[in-house]
Design a protein around this ligand. Structure first.
Ligand code: UT7
Length: 329
């Protein structure tokens, strides 16, 4: 690692007001609160309502909060990296729209499409810009409007997802508190198990692709679950070993929130007790790229300067990864 340590100086978030409860889902598909709670840990999720309201609406609010909390003039922002699988459009990129909307006139922006691992991949990318010495302020955001691609007739998947946005500000840290290590992986074995196949260059949109449901999310939950447990727990254990960390050295595991059972398996493999696991899946479900920064946001008050955190995620692609960082404030 170079001599410049990229530290997190603020966390910002935005969640839509509308709450979709398990009880409301019971009226939409053949499911029940007990099944959802015991199999996933989810009780409710947020949904962004309204015409022409895209992911950028939420990301702008999260970024505005980030700028305010970090005391950043928008003109001083170098870049916005936005992880999402539900961009407003294919292009212009959502990061581009968000940066302009907040007045970040000197920034560049791009989207990172790595599904549920998107935030970790984007954060490591942002960290490398800071490590280069050429950039001083990078906003990294995870934002998804999953309700725009979820099939609300498929009880296997519609109960899982919610909408939300959150992110962090990265700046050089002169106390050595920041991002130390990341391990990131991908394997296209997942391409037949979790996907959205319509709208790209293989299946451009037609009436037929719409009728065939190709513009909606699909996953084979049981198969994805097996890969998720092995890979997320594995990569979290791997980063601990690589950095000589034991369970007692970790202040918090910050896991992607897809299923509480995957999170529990990861914590167990790391030797970390439940009191050290950030958990908010009960309130928001799986918000894809937003889950990890939403955890940091919800637990911000509990974090202390110098705390060791391990982030871990697994998602579509497949993609998976972990990150080791020291909390900077
Ligand atoms: O973040 C992106 C990566 N995604 C993940 O990590 C998700 C990984 N997968 C999972 O979290 C879980 O596999 C699910 C929550 C999606 C499903 O849980 P499961 O324990 O694997 O259940 P299952 O798919 O094996 O289904 C068990 C039963 C089935 O009925 P039969 O065949 O046993 O009669 C399903 O049809 O539960 C049924 N089922 C439901 N029942 C009530 C499936 N969905 C529902 C539902 N309500 N919503």
């Amino acid at each position: 690692m170079g001599s410049i340590v990229p530290g997190i100086t603020a966390v910002g978030a935005y969640l839509p007001d509308y709450i979709l409860t398990n009880q409301e889902l019971e009226k939409m598909v053949d499911t029940d609160d007990e099944w959802i709670t015991t199999r996933t840990g989810i009780k409710e999720r947020r949904i962004l309502k309204g015409e022409k309201q895209g992911t950028s609406v939420m990301a702008v609010k999260a970024l505005e909060q980030l700028l305010e909390k970090s005391g950043t003039d928008p003109k001083d922002l170098d870049a916005v990296i936005l992880a999402t699988i539900t961009p407003d459009y294919f292009f212009p990129t959502t990061a581009n729209l968000v940066a302009t909307e907040v007045g970040a006139v000197n920034a560049f922006g791009f989207d990172m499409l790595a599904a549920c691992s998107g935030f970790i991949f984007a954060l490591e990318t942002g960290a490398n810009y800071i490590r280069s010495g050429n950039y001083k302020k990078i906003a990294v955001i995870g934002a998804d409007k999953m309700s725009s691609i979820v099939n609300y007739k498929d009880r296997n998947s519609c109960i899982l997802f919610g909408d939300g946005a959150a992110g962090v500000m990265l700046e050089p840290n002169d106390e050595g508190l920041g991002i130390y290590d990341a391990i990131m992986r991908s394997d296209s074995v997942g391409k037949e198990l979790i996907y959205l196949k319509g709208g790209g260059s293989v299946n451009p949109p037609t009436h037929e692709t719409i009728d065939a449901g190709l513009h909606q999310f699909f996953q084979d939950g049981k198969s994805v679950f097996r890969y998720a447990v092995t890979s997320m727990a594995g990569v979290a254990a791997e980063i601990m070993k690589k950095n000589n960390l034991k369970g007692e050295d970790i202040a918090y595991l910050v896991p992607h929130q897809a299923n509480k059972r995957i999170i529990d398996a990861t914590a167990k493999r790391m030797g970390v007790g439940p009191e050290k696991v950030m958990l908010n899946i009960q309130y928001y479900g799986n918000t894809t790229a937003a889950t990890i920064p939403l955890c940091l946001y919800d637990y911000e008050d509990k974090l202390k300067k110098g705390d060791n955190l391990v982030l871990a995620a697994f998602g579509g692609g497949f993609t998976w990864g972990s990150m080791y960082l020291k909390w900077a404030y």
